[in-house]
Design a binder for this molecule. Structure first.
Ligand SMILES: [Ca+2]
Length: 390
C-alpha cells in the first residue's frame, strides 16, 4: 500500500511538473488533448534505447516530452487494458478481464475519461481503435463497426476496416480460409473483406500508406484537426492505430528499412515458472503460414520480428503526419499529447509470441506525455506507474 501510494505521489509530481510549466493558468485549463493509442506496441522504439528501430517521429515527440521508462498496463490484453485506462478502474474492479465483456454491463453509470471531458465542455471524438470492439451485451464485434461506448463521445466514433490482406498471395489465402472456416461456422457478409479473416501472419504489399486501415485513420485525424482548429470548443481527440497488432502488415517500404533481423537472446521459458504463467503462442499460430504446434523455424521467427518492426515504422510515420498537422495548425501550442501502447508483447523471448502474460515484455508499455512549454521536456521518468494513473 505504501509503495502504491509512493507511486501515485511520484506520478502526481510528474503531472504537476508537466502542468506547472504553463505561464497562463486560464489558457492551461482549456488545453486540448490529443490521445494516441497504439495497439500492441511494446516500447521497442529508438527513444527507449532500441536504436535499430526506425521511429524518428515518436523519437522527436519524446525529445519534447516526458518518456515514462517504467510504465505498465494493468493487464496485457486489449479490452481489460483499455477499459481500465478509460474508466480509471482496475480490471478486477470494473469486472473486465477478457476481450468479450463490456464495462457498461456491470457499471452502466461509470464516467469514462473522454466522457468526463465531454461533461466539462470539451468536444470528445474518436478515430480508429480506442476501445476494444465489444457491444454492451457482451458480443464481440467482428465488424469493427463500433467503438464500444457511445456515451464517451460527442460525435459518433469513426472506425475503418476490417480488411487485412493486399498482395495476391495474401488475398488468395484469406479468401480460401474464409470459404473453408469462417463462412460455414459463422455466416455473415459474403465478402471476406468485411470480416476479420486470419490468413498469413505477415504481408508487405506495395501500396500507399492510406490504403491500409491506419493510413485511413491518419487521413481522418489530419482532416479532423483542420476542422477543430477553427472551433472555439476545446477538444479531446482520441486517435487509435491497430498496428503493430498481428497480422503484421505494412507497406513494403517499411520492411525495406530493416536487414538481418536478429532473434532474441533468451528464448527458453523460465525453468521454475509455473506453466500457467506462459501460453502456447496461439495468437501467432492461428495464422495460416505458421505451425499450429511445435517449433517455429528461425526463418519464420525472423520474418515475424521483421514485420513487427516494419509495422512500428509504418505507425511511426502515421503518428508523424498527425503531429506535423498539429504543428502546422498551431494547435500544438495548446494541446497535450499522450501516446501509449495498450500493453507490451513477446517476440520470441522466453519462447513466447504475443501478449497476455505478466512477464515484463507483455506488461511494460510505451507512455509518452507532452504538454505545451513543459519544463521537463526531453526527460525520462523512472517512477513506477501504470495506465490507470492517467
Ligand atoms: Ca492490444
Amino acid at each position: 500500500m505504501h509503495r502504491l501510494l509512493n507511486r501515485h505521489v511520484a506520478f502526481a509530481a510528474s503531472a504537476l511538473l508537466i502542468m506547472s510549466s504553463s505561464t497562463d493558468a486560464a489558457t492551461e485549463s482549456r488545453w486540448n488533448v490529443l490521445f494516441i493509442a497504439v495497439d500492441d506496441l511494446r516500447p521497442k522504439l529508438g527513444c527507449y534505447g532500441n536504436t535499430h528501430i526506425h521511429s524518428p517521429n515518436i523519437d522527436k515527440l519524446s525529445a519534447g516530452a516526458v518518456r515514462f521508462e517504467r510504465a505498465y498496463c494493468q493487464q496485457a490484453v486489449c479490452n481489460p487494458s483499455r477499459t481500465s485506462l478509460m474508466t480509471g478502474m482496475r480490471p478486477d474492479s470494473i469486472g473486465v478481464t477478457g476481450n468479450h465483456s463490456h464495462f457498461r454491463s456491470n457499471h452502466p453509470d461509470v464516467v469514462t475519461l473522454p466522457q468526463h471531458f465531454k461533461q466539462h465542455g470539451y468536444h470528445a471524438a474518436a478515430i480508429g481503435k480506442i476501445y476494444h470492439g465489444v457491444f454492451p451485451d457482451g458480443a464481440s464485434s467482428t465488424m469493427w463497426d463500433t467503438m464500444g461506448d457511445a456515451e464517451s463521445w460527442s460525435v459518433p466514433a469513426i472506425r475503418f476496416g476490417p480488411r487485412y490482406y493486399y498482395t495476391e498471395e495474401g488475398i488468395t489465402a484469406a479468401k480460401s480460409i474464409y470459404e473453408k472456416v469462417y463462412k460455414p461456422t459463422n455466416p455473415g457478409p459474403e465478402d471476406w473483406t468485411k470480416k476479420l479473416v486470419f490468413g498469413p501472419a505477415t504481408e508487405s504489399p506495395v501500396v500507399p500508406d492510406s490504403t491500409l486501415y491506419d493510413g485511413q485513420v491518419t487521413d481522418s485525424a489530419v482532416k479532423t484537426l483542420q476542422q477543430l482548429k477553427d472551433t472555439d470548443e476545446p477538444f479531446f481527440l482520441a486517435v487509435g492505430f491497430i498496428k503493430p497488432h498481428s497480422p503484421y502488415i505494412a507497406p513494403k517500404k517499411y520492411f525495406d528499412l530493416y536487414d538481418n533481423v536478429s532473434l532474441p537472446s533468451h528464448t527458453e521459458f523460465p525453468a521454475n515458472a509455473p506453466a500457467f504463467a506462459g501460453h502456447g503462442s496461439g495468437e501467432l499460430r492461428r495464422y495460416t503460414d505458421q505451425p499450429t504446434s511445435g517449433v517455429i523455424s528461425d526463418e519464420q521467427q525472423r520474418r515475424v520480428r521483421h514485420a513487427y518492426y516494419a509495422c512500428i515504422s509504418y505507425i511511426d510515420a502515421q503518428i508523424g503526419r498527425v503531429l506535423d498537422e498539429l504543428e502546422r495548425t498551431g494547435l500544438n501550442n495548446n494541446t497535450i499529447v499522450v501516446l501509449y501502447g495498450d500493453h507490451g508483447y513477446h517476440l520470441g523471448e522466453q519462447g513466447l509470441w504475443g501478449k497476455t502474460t505478466n512477464f515484463e515484455p507483455d506488461s511494460r508499455i510505451t507512455l509518452i506525455v507532452r504538454a505545451p512549454g513543459m519544463k521537463a521536456a526531453g526527460k525520462s521518468n523512472e517512477s513506477l506507474i501504470d495506465l490507470v494513473d492517467l
